[in-house]
Design a protein around this ligand. Structure first.
Ligand code: GDP
Length: 364
């Protein structure tokens, strides 16, 4: 018998006519596949992504999300190679309080976009996902029909130790999705806190979903989030809430007049829709296209992306410096001591920080 006999069939071989016993290790094939996967080269990934291979895209995103330094290094090479073919999409941020209908809306809207021959990637930023299961569950049951479509790519929120980390991963994922040919990128987040600022700084257009009836304060939405929006859509405009939704829409239209005109000269629009009845999707899409056209004509589109890139460059410097600082052995040692001194009022936070940085600079 050859030495090369398939190891998956090492169970006792029998004579002809006798039933073969089950394979000893049915997982071996899977293990081998996994091992092969980790051996994929940067070129394998990049070629796969550029061909629109969703499996390769998913695997590359997993590298971006990894905490292993060799994975991260590989991810950076993949991103660098994908950068030239990225950037050609419209990036849309969607926010709204839990229960407003974000996932139902994205399902309807995504299906509408498919009818318009668009390919949509749906990403999420949910900083609460590392604490609890999160408000954005990210599971595909939320967008059951859309997740079946080959024109849609749905990726749940990455986990991370900080919002900054989660946001970085999502931003890099956008680049890969664009290189894979997705021309519409949706980044979803919950409308309750800091994550909107992060999303706003990586999208071209920001959509805020609202409930009929309640004002934004009552919906737990910060004023700043309303000010960031390019479009407000009152969802659930159906059944006996239709009239109320129209009233709410009018109230917001009146309120927005009081806001100062934005730098980009776009005056935010207010529409209503029903994600369940799939109504109002086309008006929303047309508003986004109008925005895109207007921003491109005024060159604000490009300028905004340049500003965002600079912002993320600064953010990355801060993050990487912070990491270097916190991983430095002498700094680590001194940190706890200084923390105690600051807490007990022996040193001011400013001078303690200065002292720590001096140690870092001296010992590096
Ligand atoms: P999310 O937490 O913002 O993602 O909200 P979901 O999409 O999970 O929706 C919350 C609830 O509102 C679900 O029961 C949906 O069926 C319902 N819902 C979402 N959109 C609409 C809508 O347009 N009309 C009505 N009547 N219900 C809706």
């Amino acid at each position: 018998m050859s030495d090369k006999k398939d190891v998956e069939n090492t169970s006792p071989q029998t004579k002809k006519g006798i039933k073969q016993p089950a394979k000893l290790n049915p997982n071996l094939a899977n293990l081998r596949r996994k091992a092969r996967k980790s051996e994929l080269s940067v070129t394998d990934f990049v070629e796969g992504i550029q061909k629109g291979d969703r499996v390769r895209l998913g695997q590359a995103i997993t590298l971006i999300e990894s905490t292993q330094s060799n994975h991260l290094a590989k991810a950076q090479e993949i991103i660098a190679a994908c950068l030239p073919s990225s950037g050609k999409s419209i990036r849309i941020g969607i926010t709204g309080t839990p229960g407003v209908g974000k996932s139902t809306f994205i399902e309807s809207f995504g299906l509408h976009l498919i009818q318009k021959a668009k390919r949509t990637a749906i990403l999420a930023i949910d900083p609460s996902s590392q604490v609890s299961k999160g408000s954005i569950l990210g599971d595909k049951t939320r967008m059951a029909e859309l997740s079946q479509k080959s024109e849609a790519f749905i990726r749940p929120s990455p986990a991370g130790s900080s919002l900054g980390g989660v946001a970085r991963k999502t931003r890099e994922t956008i680049i890969l999705c664009e290189a894979a040919g997705y021309d519409t990128i949706i980044v979803e987040t919950v409308g309750v806190g800091q994550s909107e600022v992060a999303v706003h700084s990586m999208v071209d257009f920001f959509l805020l979903l609202l409930l009929p009836g309640a004002g934004d304060e009552l919906q737990g939405i910060k004023r700043g989030v309303v000010e960031m929006a390019d479009l407000l859509a009152v969802n659930k405009a159906d059944g006996n809430r239709l009239a109320l939704a129209k009233q709410t829409r009018q109230a917001y239209r009146n309120a927005l007049h009081l806001f100062p005109l934005k730098k980009n000269k776009w005056s935010p629009k207010v529409l209503s829709c029903s994600a369940v009845e799939r109504a109002g999707m086309d008006d929303i899409w047309k508003t986004i296209l109008k925005f895109e056209q207007q921003m491109k004509e005024s060159h604000f589109f490009e300028m905004n992306r340049q500003e965002q890139a600079k912002y993320w460059f600064q953010e990355s410097i801060q993050q990487q410096l912070g990491q270097l600082l916190h991983n430095h052995p002498q700094v680590k040692q001194q940190l706890a001591i200084l923390e105690r001194e600051v807490a007990t009022g022996k040193k001011s936070p400013f001078s303690a920080a200065e002292e720590l940085i001096q140690i870092f600079v001296r010992e590096s």
